[in-house]
Design a protein around this ligand. Structure first.
Ligand SMILES: Cc1cc2nc3c(=O)[nH]c(=O)nc-3n(C[C@H](O)[C@H](O)[C@H](O)COP(=O)(O)OP(=O)(O)OC[C@H]3O[C@@H](n4cnc5c(N)ncnc54)[C@H](O)[C@@H]3O)c2cc1C
Length: 512
């Protein structure tokens, strides 16, 4: 009799199963507060896949453990909501979805549109239905079909401010200015400054075990404690950032320090990029603190611009551009990404040494270390933009194809020949020396262009302008620097020194 009942129950369960559909969640979509969750029938099976193909790549230890820890915590959260979760390990997504279909026979599999183009084409091919991406503030479909789209980030950000009614006084910007960039360009204070301690949260026993399991196969230090793995932790990090960090954001936005890896940066990018935080709640929290007089206008504007401007802008650009974009290489930069960078080891140049150490220790660099040290060095040394982009996308805790593309191939390396930035972001040793304390104690001198003491960045800065003279001719914003380079009396010596400077920049301290 019990056998019969069990058989009937199992037939009933089977019938329900065949009527149910599946909702698939990726590791960067970890929220049950966005659509379609509030209306998802409770008998929907939630599918999550740990892809061995992704886990086994030589990604930074903290990056891999962060995603796995957050996905596993999300699974527990979804189970507690009453859903059935099919959480599986598979060699890759294709294999995972095929195995799920075989076992659960869902009527359909749906998911929120993945954030990157590669993933969209993969899951479309696999027959997964895509819902609109709910993790951004911009309506991408409306943007795609619009006849006249904002041409620059500045126009886009003004549109965002008006549309979202942020820091507006009627139709005009609050304080009479759209942009406080000029007051946000202060160098590192002479004494190195005092910076708010970073937010942390300790590891659970399971997370600790996960780190131990991964640490022999993945490069970098364990810094999981610095990054949130659950929604509650992410909200706590946001509260803390708004209270202690964002009020200091702004003035030293363009500075960097050998002695401090975070300065006054919020470090919210991993939580935002994994879906643990929504940009709207980040903006709301900052605006509430501004209204209460806790954050100055300049810092509020600077921070809001990052979240509603830059972040949404690079996402939009990623989806408006086609697959061919990532292969653009306007400056014909074909040097391979050096092993010394991938190993994040010791470097002869103090700036690269420090930035690679920060990356090694925390899986993260702040914006200026990425832009003015790493991407700048890569551009000057002619490192291939796509190689740099792929490395950064898999190494950084907040790395992803959608966000890397415009930042690295566009802004960082000028690989797209001006589609994202109006000029290459390049600087020699002098600029690094002005904005940071990295040059103090470095064996190379930022003011010297040639000879044994020459800073490789300084040599290559001038060499870059000379070498790319023709390609840069049409970019007005770099015309003064280009003219200065062409008028240099030591042009030939600079060019003769350039191969050695490139070699130093690419190799590690041991000369390999
Ligand atoms: C070469 C290069 C590579 C980068 N790679 C990444 C990356 O892989 N992932 C990533 O999220 N950001 C990337 N950025 C953008 C930016 O450097 C990081 O978002 C930022 O450093 C994250 O730190 P934070 O949270 O303290 O940012 P804050 O300075 O506190 O800014 C607040 C938020 O604004 C957003 N934001 C700010 N600037 C940008 C930007 N240029 N593009 C997109 N979002 C932005 C981030 O979500 C960030 O959390 C890159 C920039 C460059 C130049």
């Amino acid at each position: 009799m019990f056998k019969e009942v069990r058989r009937r129950i199992s037939r009933f369960a089977q019938a329900i199963r065949t009527m149910t559909s599946t909702f698939f969640v990726l590791g960067d979509q970890l929220s049950t507060e966005v659509a379609p969750w509030p209306t998802l029938p409770i008998d929907t099976v939630i599918l999550m896949i740990e892809s061995q193909e992704l886990i086994s790549q030589p990604r930074h230890l903290t990056r891999v453990s962060l995603y796995l820890a957050a996905m596993r915590q999300f699974r527990e959260h979804v189970i507690a909501l009453g859903f059935t979760v099919d959480y599986r390990r598979a060699s890759n997504f294709t294999q995972g979805i095929t195995a799920h279909r075989k076992q659960f026979e869902p009527t359909a599999i749906a998911m929120n549109t993945p954030r990157g183009r590669h993933a969209i084409s993969l899951f479309t091919k696999l027959g997964v239905d895509l819902y609109p991406d709910p993790f951004y503030l911009t309506d991408i479909e409306e943007m795609k079909t619009r006849k006249k789209r904002p041409a620059t980030l500045e126009n886009f950000q003004r549109e965002q401010r008006r549309r979202l009614n942020l820091l507006m006084d009627g139709d005009e910007p609050l304080g009479g200015q759209w942009n406080f960039d000029t007051s946000n360009r202060e160098p590192l204070p002479r004494d190195g400054g005092t910076w708010p301690e970073p937010w942390t949260v300790s590891l659970s026993t399971a997370e600790d075990a996960l780190v131990q399991e991964l640490k022999d196969t993945h490069p970098g230090e364990d810094a999981l404690t610095y990054w949130p793995r659950t929604r509650e932790q992410a909200l706590d990090q946001l509260r803390d950032a708004v209270e202690r960090i964002v009020p200091h954001f702004g003035p030293h936005e363009d500075a960097a320090s050998a002695d401090n890896w975070h300065l006054a940066h919020s470090r919210l990018s991993p939580a935002l990029n994994m879906g643990l935080l929504h940009p709207s709640e980040v903006v709301e929290a900052v605006m509430t603190a501004f209204a209460a007089g806790k954050i100055p206008l300049e810092s509020t504007e600077g921070f809001i611009r990052q979240v509603t401007g830059w972040r949404e802008w690079v996402w939009l650009l990623h989806h408006l551009r086609g697959d061919e974009y990532e292969n653009l290489n306007f400056l014909a930069a074909n040097n391979s990404l050096p092993g010394s960078w991938k190993e994040m080891g010791d470097h002869e140049m103090r700036c690269l040494d420090g930035v690679l150490k920060h990356l090694h220790n925390y899986g993260w660099n702040h914006h200026i270390e990425r832009l003015m040290i790493l991407a700048n060095a890569a551009t000057l040394a002619g490192i291939n933009p796509l190689e740099l982009s792929n490395w950064m996308a898999t190494t950084y805790v907040d790395g992803a194809q959608w966000v890397m593309e415009a930042n690295v191939i566009g802004m960082g390396t000028f690989g797209d020949g001006g589609q994202t930035a109006t000029k290459p972001y390049i600087g020699g040793g002098n600029y690094i020396s002005k904005m940071t304390n990295y040059c103090k104690g470095c064996k190379f001198s930022p003011t010297v262009r040639t000879g044994d003491d020459a800073c490789p960045l300084t040599t290559l800065y001038w060499d870059f302008l000379i070498r790319n003279e023709e390609k840069l001719a049409k970019f007005n914003r770099i015309a003064p620097q280009r003219r200065a380079a062409l008028g240099r009396p030591d042009r030939q010596e600079i060019q003769a020194q350039a191969p050695l400077a490139t070699k130093i920049l690419l190799q590690n301290k041991k000369g390999v």
